[in-house]
Design a protein around this ligand. Structure first.
Ligand code: ATP
Length: 368
């Protein structure tokens, strides 16, 4: 199924929205490639819904452009835009059956023969056979599928999804994430998905834009922003991160040397976003490995020692806290694969990591 008119990239150029003295979206520029699955990820109040509403035409930008295939659509009325939105609330018509809910957009455009397209859409969202039910006779997940079919039937060039899975329980949400990804691949329409759930954004999207206070902190493929965050905010927003305060004290070949309370660690220069001076040495908890003594640390690794202060069994992994000699607590996730050593609070332990898995971020001198 291809959109009726040629689509193109969606581009936001210097988009700003103020409400009185408050700036909700602050000079935002980004490009969503045609046919991609794009996630706007951020905490409540960071401006993601306002951004989506400006793309949909439900909110007028204070300044800036919304371009689709190089045409500025920012001042077009919502129904004139080749864009459709799926909301968390589904917004289905309760008095119409599922068939008529999905057919609605076609009928409004005066199309009489809707049967084939409605059935194709219901099949896409795996609801064949539900045509004559009313929305109230469906589960939340099924209602969400109807909302999706109804939004897709007019073949928009861009589909906007505003926390569409927010009302579903966790297990169903995980299923629907996989399902949404499959549907997006099948229809090939650009999806822009708003969520505050980092796992959801990373599961589905080709590109994730992390928003904070109306601005983009970092934009990239899920693995890229997770493995090499641009800022401490992104490092902490996407899962847990150990950020150890230190100072860069020069280089050694392709490596940078970082001093932390008298100990020196090396990090490849390509893994650094910091200048000389105060830095955060970052290592994700699952990149740290625990052993009992420094003799067991593989060659080429970096390590530091400490005392275990907490061990929490959480099924797939055990999560440890390791207190270093200078009092910082590091988080360590050890997979419960059966072969690894176990530790208890009070045990001495050594944490080691591959220097290629660490990263360096700039730090204000007064930050911990
Ligand atoms: P959430 O996940 O809670 O929906 P969000 O990231 O989508 O949050 P927005 O809804 O875009 O955030 O809101 C961004 C900021 O703009 C918030 O501080 C909000 O209070 C403010 N805001 C949004 N709409 C209006 C409005 N019509 N008038 C005044 N302030 C508004």
């Amino acid at each position: 199924m291809a959109p009726e008119t040629p689509a193109g990239d969606l581009r936001l150029a210097n988009l700003t929205k103020t409400f009185g003295a408050f700036t909700a979206v602050d000079d935002l520029s980004l490009t969503v490639p045609q046919g991609s699955f794009f996630a706007l990820l951020g905490a409540s109040g960071c401006g993601k819904t306002t951004t989506l509403r400006m793309i949909a035409g439900l909110e007028e930008p204070t300044s800036g452009q919304v371009l689709l295939a190089d045409r500025d659509i920012a001042r077009l009325r919502p129904y004139k835009r080749p864009v459709n939105t799926v909301f968390q609330s589904y917004a289905l018509f309760p008095h119409l059956d599922i068939f008529e809910n999905v057919a609605f957009g076609l009928r409004r455009r005066g199309i009489r023969s809707v049967d084939g397209q409605v059935r194709e859409m219901l099949s896409l969202v795996q609801l064949d056979g539900y045509e004559r039910r009313r929305p109230a006779q469906l589960s939340g997940g099924q209602q969400q599928r109807v909302a999706l079919a109804r939004a897709l039937i007019n073949q928009p060039q861009v589909l906007l999804l505003d926390e569409p899975l927010g009302a579903l329980d966790l297990k169903l949400r995980r299923q629907m994430q996989i399902e949404l990804k499959r549907i997006q691949t099948e229809v090939g329409i650009t999806f822009v998905h708003v969520t505050h759930d980092q796992e959801e954004a990373m599961t589905m999207a080709d590109t994730v834009a992390v928003m904070n206070a109306g601005r983009i902190e970092q934009l990239g493929a899920p693995a890229e922003i997770y493995e090499f965050p641009a800022t401490a905010f992104v490092a902490n927003f996407l899962g847990q991160s150990n950020l150890i305060a230190g100072e860069t004290t020069g280089g050694n070949g392709g490596d940078l040397l970082v001093t932390v309370h008298g100990s020196r660690f090396s990090v490849p220069a390509r893994r650094s976003r910091a200048d000389q001076g105060p830095v955060h040495l970052g290592v994700r908890p699952e990149k740290l490995h625990l052993v009992r003594s420094a003799d067991e640390v593989p060659a080429g690794s970096q390590h530091l020692d400490g005392t275990i202060t907490d061990a929490s069994y959480v099924g797939v992994s055990t999560q440890y806290l390791l207190r270093t000699g200078w009092g910082t607590e590091l988080s360590v996730f050890a997979a419960n694969s059966g072969s690894q050593q176990r530790f208890a609070p009070g045990d001495r332990a050594v944490a080691y990591w591959d220097p290629g898995h660490a990263f360096l971020l700039g730090r204000h001198a007064d930050e911990d």
